[in-house]
Design a binder for this molecule. Structure first.
Ligand code: IVH
Length: 670
């Protein structure tokens, strides 16, 4: 029986690995998503009922790790070097001349590959199993980000044999990146949620891999292309072309776009070709890497100042333009943040006209020494909002003016504050028309009350005329008031009124989103709605309780508590309910019984919650709490000033958990 299950599990894993490979590495799926999901769920079920058969290389084990406290250092046995740059074709020729001279060769074979904008990492495979992954760091010591890398679907947890033997050791290097389209989608979503945008794929990759909670990278569509190795044992690889072929055979994702070039002219042709067609590539390429193909030649060439002499990055000119910064205006957002925006003399950069660019905040303007009237370099980074890169100081005439953040709000005139430790200046006036307008637009947006026909023009009029002073006022609008507005006929007025009426019955996550709590976007609102019985319960939640929820970090927890500690916000909720807003009931999902059958003993004081609550939460997840430690105990949670129970646990070899580990276990309830 056990044997049958074992082989069924192995077959399912093989099938899932194969389909993962076809989908994520080759980009050629053979089955539908639904069929894949069915296989995956079947495996999950079998593993749930046979936990002793779960292995770390099982496809179900990608996102299992609890949040880390920090990252351990990982040392690269062979240092990870960086590349010297060539900024034009002449510099590529200089490189070739040096190489030929040192090798005493008339012509050298190169392998040229696109240079990806991402973050380089090293993956270590022992006997075919992915055992460690790390960032480049300073080239010798990086950070161990194994748990995060495991969540990237194009990184195999186990290498494919494919007829040949799997190397006993393989240290493979590559670039973690995101496709341009995925970055745009992600940023669009983040913009909606009021979160900071990622300026480029590299920032996103670095930001994702440095997350303590692997669920963050797991939720982002990161990919990898591998292009280099460190140590390898058990296979012989003598050229870059063989390297790429071997990696491919082992099931590792390599960029299919590369060219083996006889001499530098062919490499230069490839450089030109990628430069001209890079718009069409799904990923951001910022150059072409030209590498000497033969490893024997590489050994002769060696390296200088942390870069190999056998490779060079031919960089593409950046997507930049030069223009005049005519003015800096200040916009007020929904949460009162003042954002300086550069007004530019329109300039075309690779086919797109740029007339505005964000300057983020006052510190950024100071740091870059950007002045009104300056000639500036602007760039488009990926598909993100344009940026001002720097000022051309030499072109100053003396007429330029320094920008100072106004000390009163440009819209309502109330005092502007900047909290300690924050870069943002804020207008604190909850009745500031700019804030009200933005709040209302957010309130009626798709993710919130989703009121059809409630656009900017209407909101401007309603707020400017003093008809709407707070969000709940929109539910008190009547026909006569609406008809008195510009561009509002009988028909649109009655449509709007019925849309408003319809929107009053709203699901819990949508109202949570609509309230406009800082840090709470649609996704977080969904998590909160699931975790709390009702709005009242959420309004009374402590930071600790919020922090213990899956995916809720200390910043979000603090933002929620602050928000509801604010009297006008509480008032807003009651005004909405008074206006007839009804929160629809959703059948509450039974919480996952992730601690089913596990026996816990608690000892010492817990900082985040009273022991009673800890016990409750263990039980809610299917676990049990007993008062004494025995061999049947699964975990002893050790708080501050623990008693003899902690010692007994150690003696008996029972697993102990710190409070943080315990919280992570509770969070695994996601
Ligand atoms: S080869 C010894 N190939 O560029 C150099 N690097 O400044 C080994 N990169 O740290 C790197 N695409 O992050 C190589 N096709 C490619 C690359 C690539 C991007 C990055 C990598 C490296 C940096 C070099």
């Amino acid at each position: 029986m056990e044997q049958d299950v074992r082989s069924e599990i192995e077959e399912l894993r093989e099938a899932i690995r194969r389909h993962n490979y076809l989908y994520y590495v080759l980009d050629k799926p053979k089955i539908s998503d639904a069929e894949y999901d069915a296989l995956f769920r079947k495996l999950q079920k079998l593993e749930e009922t046979h936990p002793n058969l779960v292995t770390p290389d099982s496809p179900t084990q990608r996102v299992g790790a609890p949040p880390a406290q920090g990252f351990a250092t990982a040392t690269h046995a062979v240092p990870m070097r960086s590349l010297a740059n060539a900024f034009n074709v002449d510099e590529l020729r200089d490189f070739d001349r040096r190489v030929r001279k040192l090798l005493d060769a008339a012509e050298v074979t190169y392998l040229a590959e696109p240079k990806l904008d991402g973050l380089s990492v090293e993956l270590v495979y022992r006997d075919g199993l992915f055992v460690q992954g790390s960032t480049r760091g300073d080239g010798v010591n990086g950070e161990d980000v194994t748990a995060n890398l495991r969540t990237i679907r194009s990184i195999p947890l186990r290498l494919q044999g494919l007829g040949r033997r799997v190397p006993s050791l393989l240290e493979v290097r590559g670039e973690v990146y995101i496709d341009k389209g995925d970055l745009t989608r992600l940023n669009r979503q983040r913009e909606k949620e009021g979160l900071a945008l990622f300026a480029n794929p590299r920032n996103l990759a670095a930001g994702s891999l440095r997350q303590l909670d692997p669920r963050v990278p797991a939720s982002r569509p990161l990919k990898i292309f591998c292009y280099d190795i460190g140590r390898v044992e058990g296979v012989a690889i003598d050229t870059q072309a063989e390297l790429l072929e071997t990696l491919f055979q082992l099931g590792i994702r390599v960029n299919p776009l590369y060219r083996l070039c006889k001499g530098i002219d062919e490499a230069i042709a490839f450089y030109g070709q990628v430069k001209e067609t890079r718009e069409e590539l799904p990923y951001e390429a910022d150059g072409v890497v030209v590498k000497v193909n033969e490893f024997a030649s590489r050994r002769i060439l060696g390296e200088v100042s942390r870069s190999p002499r056998w490779a060079i990055a031919g960089k593409f000119p950046a997507e930049q333009g030069i223009t005049k910064l005519e003015d800096i205006i200040v916009q007020v957002g929904r949460t009162g943040t003042l954002t300086p925006v550069a007004v530019l003399e329109p300039v075309r950069v690779r086919g797109v006209t740029i007339s505005h660019a964000t300057l983020h905040n006052e510190d950024e303007i100071r740091r870059k020494d950007i002045r009104i009237g300056d000639t500036v370099v602007v760039q488009r980074a990926g598909d993100v909002i344009p940026q001002v890169v720097r000022s051309l100081v030499k072109r100053r005439t003396g007429e330029e003016r320094l920008f100072v953040m106004p000390d009163t709000c440009p819209v309502c005139g109330s005092r502007v504050v900047r909290y300690k430790g924050e870069v943002a200046h804020r207008c604190l006036n909850l009745s500031c028309p700019a804030r009200i307008k933005e709040s209302i637009l957010h309130f009626v947006s798709k993710g919130g009350f989703d009121v059809d026909g409630f656009g900017t023009k209407l909101v401007d009029q309603l707020v400017d005329k003093g008809i709407v002073k707070r969000v709940s006022d929109i539910f008190h609008l009547d026909r006569d008031t609406l008809i008195g507005l510009e561009r509002m006929g009988e028909k649109s007025a009655s449509n709007l009124l019925s849309a408003l009426e319809k929107s009053k019955s709203i699901a819990p996550p949508k109202i949570l989103f609509a309230l406009g709590i800082p840090e709470v976007g649609e996704h977080t609102a969904g998590l909160l709605a699931e975790a709390f019985e009702g709005l009242q319960e959420l309004m009374e939640a402590t930071e600790e309780a919020l922090c213990a929820l899956p995916e809720i970090g200390p910043r979000t927890a603090a933002a929620i508590v602050d928000f509801f500690a604010n009297q006008p916000n509480k008032k807003m909720v009651s005004e909405l309910l008074d206006a007839g807003v009804k929160i629809t009931e959703v059948p509450k999902k039974a919480s996952a019984r992730t601690l089913e059958g596990k026996r816990f003993v608690l000892t010492g004081r817990l900082v985040s919650m009273p022991r009673g609550e800890a016990g409750e939460r263990i039980k809610r997840l299917g676990g049990m709490v007993s008062s004494s430690v025995s061999l049947r105990t699964d975990y002893v949670v050790v708080g501050e000033n623990p008693g003899a129970k902690a010692d007994k646990a150690r003696k008996l070899g029972v697993a102990t958990l710190t409070e943080a580990e315990f919280l992570a276990l509770l969070k695994a309830d996601a």
